[in-house]
Write a protein that binds this ligand. Structure first.
Ligand code: NAD
Ligand code: GLY
Length: 360
């Protein structure tokens, strides 16, 4: 097992990465305050992993109440979030009841937001079960739900007490979801870790074949990158924005098509290619760099081309981006492979041209 720390002073917490960790009470129980917990999961993940988690808690004398939500990005809403609050209140949960999110990024983001709000904050543990959640969404304390006008627009920064990434849970993950998670793994290589990018290129077949050692290495290195960025800039006043490479365009795709039509990782891959085209138009990436990125996403069977929503619609959707400052759009682009920058340097016509290129 590997353990990393997210160094946030008194809110620091460990990320445990390894196999069959759900059954390890010595990892879980020290982070459960009180004798009551709530496990938020969904209709797909609960039948697979809820029992083992409940048994681990029971061995430590913790009674856990399951809250099972419908599965999907389309359910990351106020209405479904409210079901968590209903369960917390109906079961008379207290401020020291621990909320455990068992699932992918949707459950982690919603569970975390509920934990941030209930009685103004209850202890929270992340048990991510998708590759995407293990490398990205469970770490760093961003929690949110979607709004019809914009992705992850309603939320809070709220750090967990611990992240327990059990790689064995990835055995049941559908291939399409595994590939979507790789988009966020590749992101770390592109924005700040060029050696990791080379490693991914060399080891992609092992990752796609779910080789356990390769997956653990990729998760550990991704989390190390993310933990460093979050420790330096928890609330995204600077460097953390770089973790959003491809996301301004990607979120526009997700909102524009309707939540859940494309997976988040798919939208991020296609959005990252638009960011690559724009970096190319600014003279930062050369054609070979762009082709190298495209090749990597292609090997993951991730989309390189974005849906043709129209430039005006992209611009409208992107105007809600959380990086917009004083009405001006700021974008994460690549100065070179392995070095990202947050910039306002791209003109509207260059952005439009990059979107056109990314859609054809
Ligand atoms: P997801 O949560 O929808 O999970 C993907 C699918 O896999 C779902 O159908 C889920 O039920 C299923 N699943 C989960 N674990 C499984 C398992 N072990 N075996 C079989 N099936 C399993 O999607 P995701 O890709 O995990 O997360 C995407 C979400 O995360 C988006 O809403 C995105 O906005 C958010 N996100 C948040 C952050 C953050 O920093 N908070 C970062 C990146 C993404
Ligand atoms: N996934 C982007 C962030 O956590 O900042």
């Amino acid at each position: 097992m590997h353990t990393l720390d997210v160094a946030l002073g008194e809110r620091a917490y460990p990320i445990h990465i390894g196999s069959s960790l759900l059954a390890r009470e010595a990892l879980l129980l020290p982070h459960i305050r009180g004798r009551q917990a709530v496990v938020v999961s969904n209709e797909t993940v609960a039948p697979l992993y809820l029992d083992v988690l409940l048994a681990t808690l029971a061995r430590g004398g913790v009674t856990a109440i399951p809250v099972i939500l419908p599965d999907g990005e389309a359910y990351k809403t106020w209405e479904i979030l409210n079901r968590i609050f209903d369960a917390l209140l109906l079961n008379k949960c207290e401020r020291n009841t621990t909320l455990i999110a068992l699932g992918g990024g949707v459950i982690g983001d919603m569970g975390g937001f509920a934990a941030a709000c209930y009685q103004r904050g209850m202890p929270f543990v992340q048990v991510p079960t998708t590759l995407l959640a293990q490398v990205d969404s469970s770490v760093g304390g961003k929690t949110a739900i979607n709004h019809p006008l914009g992705k992850n627009m309603i939320g809070a920064f709220y750090q967990p007490q611990m992240v327990l990434a059990d790689v064995a849970t990835l055995d049941t993950l559908p291939d399409r979801e595994l590939r979507a998670g790789l988009a966020e793994v590749i992101k770390y290589g592109l924005i700040r870790d060029p050696e990791f990018l080379v490693w991914i290129e060399a080891n992609l077949e092992h990752l796609l074949a779910r080789d356990r050692a390769a997956l653990i290495y990729a998760i550990e290195r991704s989390c190390r990158n993310k933990a460093e960025v979050v420790a330096a800039d928890e609330r995204e006043s600077g460097e953390r924005a770089l973790l959003n490479l491809g996301h301004t365009f990607g979120h526009a795709i997700e909102t524009g098509l309707g939540y859940g039509v494309w997976l988040h990782g798919e939208a991020v891959a296609a959005g990252t290619m638009i960011a690559a085209h724009l970096s190319n138009l600014l003279g930062w990436l050369d054609d070979k760099d762009v082709a190298r990125m495209g090749k990597l996403f292609e090997r993951c069977a991730l989309p390189l081309r974005s849906p043709r929503l129209g430039v005006a619609r992209y611009m409208e959707l992107m105007s809600h981006d959380k990086k917009v400052l004083d009405g001006r759009l700021r974008l994460v682009l690549l100065e070179q492979l392995g070095r990202a920058v947050l910039t306002e340097q791209a003109s509207e016509s260059q952005i439009a041209q990059a979107i056109e290129r990314g859609c054809t």
